[in-house]
Design a protein around this ligand. Structure first.
Ligand code: CUA
Length: 349
């Protein structure tokens, strides 16, 4: 692994689209703080000198309140505080609204390493190659304790929490190698849980991706697990109407799901995860709680791959090209096949 340059710098490099926005707000705060520090300290000194006690018997002239003064020194701090709030909220939403059109990278943290998988199948440990000028979305979880994925040069940081998924995104603006740190104390080797983000020009990234293309993609791996775990026997295209004992999964991702309790939830990554590990938690309306738990049978990486596969499925009659990788066209066929083979007339329940 190449050494990341480590000359002394007051600020980390600005290497993402967020970096400038975060820094501008940061310098605004520093500026306000400096301004008032100077104003207050020089006021203290000035008044201490000007109104010092000149004789031991001096009694100061009494002063009444000033409405004008009170209003001014209430209004100005209020406006300053609101400007920080509004600006901060703007930056916050820019950072925490996850874009949809992004390169999907799956991250699993564990004591003490970062494991990443690309949509095209490449796996990396403590290193992540990404293209410059493209939005990258990380879907992250951990096998053990809480970690935190932190890239100072990008000004992004997100906790990585056991038992659920968190997401973050960034768009790198400069090729280079950047530090990745774990920013949540996670045990003995926490300080060694670091890595490198390698930002490449798009053509270099393409070359890197195709040079490492022997692995199966998360979607393909997910399809394998889907078969091996027997998911396909119950989750048919068409769901109940096609004789399936479980709901149809194709096209479900990102859509609202009606539960038997009458509630509606959106089928996002965390919902799919829960439905695999704890199927009884949210039963889809019209189905019974017959699915066994897969807790302990699938690793965090396999779960992410299963979810990648479910995300890639397009409902029957759709264009069939919405899968993230061309190789997964087989997966769509598989589901159609499952439907054909698993739909004898009549209900199975
Ligand atoms: Cu992982 Cu600190």
């Amino acid at each position: 692994m190449q050494q990341v340059p480590s000359e002394f710098k007051l600020m980390p490099e600005q290497a993402s689209t967020m970096a400038g926005q975060v820094d501008a707000l940061y310098f605004y705060l520093v500026g306000i703080t400096l301004f008032f520090t100077v104003l207050i300290v020089s006021g203290i000194i000035f008044f201490a000198v000007k109104y010092r006690r000149r004789s031991p018997y001096e009694i100061p002239r009494p002063i009444a309140g000033s409405m004008k003064l009170e209003t001014i020194w209430t209004l100005i701090p209020f406006l300053i505080a609101m400007s920080i709030f509004v600006w901060g909220a703007k930056v916050y939403f820019a950072q925490y609204r996850i874009p949809k059109d992004a390169l999907d990278i799956y991250v699993v943290g564990k004591q003490w390493m970062w494991k990443m998988q690309h949509p095209t199948g490449q796996r990396e440990i403590n290193e992540l190659h990404i293209p410059m000028g493209r939005k990258v979305r990380l879907t992250m979880t951990t096998e053990d304790v809480i970690h935190s994925f932190y890239i100072p040069d990008f000004r992004v940081k997100m906790d990585v929490v056991p038992g659920r998924y968190t997401q973050m995104w960034f768009e790198a603006t400069k090729p280079g190698r950047y530090h990745l740190f774990c920013a949540e104390y996670c045990g003995m080797d926490h300080s060694k849980m670091r890595g490198t983000i390698v930002v490449m020009r798009p053509d270099e990234y393409q070359a890197w991706v195709s040079g490492n293309a022997s692995q199966m993609s998360p979607v393909q791996l997910g399809e394998q697990h889907f078969q091996n775990l027997g998911c396909a026997t119950c989750h048919l295209n068409g769901g109940r109407d096609a004789g399936g004992r479980g709901p149809q999964l194709a096209g479900i991702f990102g859509k609202p799901v009606q539960l038997e309790t009458g509630q509606t939830v959106v089928a996002d990554e965390n919902y799919l995860r829960e439905s695999i590990l704890n199927p009884g938690a949210k039963i889809v309306a019209g189905y019974s709680a017959i699915m066994p738990t897969y807790q302990g049978q699938v690793s965090e990486e396999q779960l992410l791959q299963l979810i990648a596969y479910i995300k890639s499925l397009t409902p029957q009659g759709g264009s069939g090209t919405a899968s993230p990788t061309p190789a997964s066209s087989t997966s769509a066929n598989m589901n159609v096949g499952a439907q054909a083979s698993g739909s004898p007339s009549g209900q199975r329940r």
